[in-house]
Structures are given as structure tokens and as C-alpha cells.
Design a protein around this ligand. Sequence first.
Ligand SMILES: [Zn+2]
Ligand SMILES: [Zn+2]
Length: 374
Amino acid sequence: MGVDGTADSTPIGPCPACGLARLEPRHVTSDGTAVAIDVCPVCEGAFFDAGELDAVRSDDAPLEALFGLPRIPRVPRLCPRGHGPMEERRPQVAGITCTADVCRTCHGVFLDGRERRLLAKGSLPPSPPIGQVVARRSVLWILQLLVHLPVEVRNPTRGRAWVVLSLVVSSLALFVARIEGVDLGHLALDPAAFHTPSPPLPTLVTYALVHGSWWHVLGNVYFLYTFGDNVEHVFGSRLFALFAVLVTAAGAVAFLATEPADGARLVGASGLVAGILAAYLWTFPRNRLFHVVLFVQFELPAWIYVALWATFQVGMAFAASEGSLAGADADVAWSVHVGSFVAGLVLTPLAHLRVRHRLARAAAGAATPSPTAR
Ligand SMILES: [Zn+2]
Ligand SMILES: [Zn+2]
């Protein structure tokens, strides 16, 4: 898009930084000038067509002087308008060295999220009034004191998440059926059944849909919905469904490997949740989460939250294997969380490769060569 609102004729391609989403047009107003830039919904980087960056910058120094000499990086990023590799520039802003990617053909500039905050504040959404911020955080603080669940400061992507919604609805429906007296024992994962000649293989996955109590089902459904929708939006529903099946089964295998044959049966979606947290860690590491610890509300980047969560799970799995847990802690299948999380850590980069390949192919198909192409 251009400063005057005229659309650039070249279709916009995938994000040059993360490659996990197509850039989306976003309208911003800076000093009364309306500009439509193209923003990555996953990493929040933005592409500014020629002239757009000047329109949202606050200082008057010429852009070229600020940017300095071009250098060709070892792995150059590709212009989302389809002009091939971009040059890298290293502008100094307030003593901090930034990195900007500039297309030699269309003179568009790509800035990562951090660089955007330093160089093009005008392109960021305006912050809500302080009263609104305080009110929201206070309500969240009270709710989080009660339930201790993380809340996304900003929902990184929005879109249909049919797989996540189906999982949420079927988990709730099955729980209601169970308290109404329907026997769902055949869906649970029974270690003893896996020491018979014909183990019930579908239960490696179906155990995730059955829950033991309202807290169990509501907690898992909350995590599924909060983190799963964003991951499904990036992966696409089919790839996400495959990912969900694989991480759930990995948790089941970890359970069977660590639990005795005469042990309790396994139910619950917490393994699936662990796999999804691993995917969130890889995909949105810098998205921030509100979390309350000892009455204090922290705003943590997702990578710190997930790293602390994973360390706790590994510690508890170790304690469980030593037999040193008691009470409710002893009933939690910690090994499932660890198994599914590790599977998620391994599978997510593969899913990312698939998504990048899919978007790059779509962009190549959309770019129709014409004699006037820039
Ligand atoms: Zn991106
Ligand atoms: Zn270009």
C-alpha cells in the first residue's frame, strides 16, 4: 500500500523475517498522515513501501544518511514484493545499532518488531488510555489471584481455529456425559492393556478427551484455547491436527515407558497442552504473558514463562520417578507433560519448514511476471 492509500500492484508475500505468515495490511495514522503498511501478525515486523517509513518517522534526518552503507548478509531476506534478496543496513538510533532490510528495486524497508519500536513508533498501534490499562490489569490481577492462569497481553494472531474449538467442545461434552453416568473407560489409556497381544492403539490419543473433574477439564480447555488458537492459525488446521495427534501420542508413550503395568489409567489433555506450549515457545517467543506469582502481576515474555513451566515439569517428573511426591501431585502424570513437550520441541521446527514452504510456493505462484514489473 502507498502513503496516499493506493495499493501497490505487486502482491505482498510472506514475512521476510519469520516466513510464517503473509504480511497483512494495517492502517496507521502518524501526525495526521494516514499510511497503510504491511505487518506480520506472528513476529510484528513490518514492511514499508517507498516513502511510508518517512511518513511515520518522527525525526527529519534523511533516511539514506541514517542507514549508512549497504551490506549483503550471508542469508539475505527476500523482498515481500517479490524482488529477491534485500540489502541490510545498520542505522544507529539513540546509540543502539538497528538492522533494517532494504529492497534495491522497490526501495521498500523491512523492520523487525524491536527496530519498529525504535525507528517507526508511529507505525505502532496507539496505547489505550491509562485508566483503561489500569482497569484491565486490576480485573486480570484479581482473576489470576484466584486461578493462577497466564493471560496473553496481546493475542498474536486471530483467525479460525476449528481444531482447537472442536477439542474444547468435545472435551466439555464428554465430561458432562461422564458426570451423567456414561462410561468412557474405553477411551482412557490403560497401561495393563498395553501388556496384552492386542493393545488398544486409539487410546494413545483418545485419553486426551476424557477428564476427571471440573478443574481438570476447565484448566486444560483454558490452556488449549489460549495457546492453541494462535498455533493453529500459523500451522493451518490440517497440520495442527496432525501435530496434536503426534504430541498426544508421544505423551502416552512416555507414560507407558515410565508407569508400572498395574498403574492407574491416564486421562486428560495436559500432554496435548504441553506440546502446544512447545509450539508457542518456538512460534511466539517474545509475545508477553501476564502471570501472578505471590500477589505480584508480572509481564513475562512467553519464552521465560514456558522455560520456567518446563523446568518445573521436569523436576516434578524426576521427583515422581523417585517416588517422593504425595497427595494431588502424585496423581499428576508429569512424564506425559515432559514426553509431549519434547515431541513439540522437535516437531514444531518441522511444521515451520512446511508452513514456510507452503507460503513461499503460494507467493511464487501469485507473482505474475509482466514487462512493467518493478
Ligand atoms: Zn514475521
Ligand atoms: Zn522490493
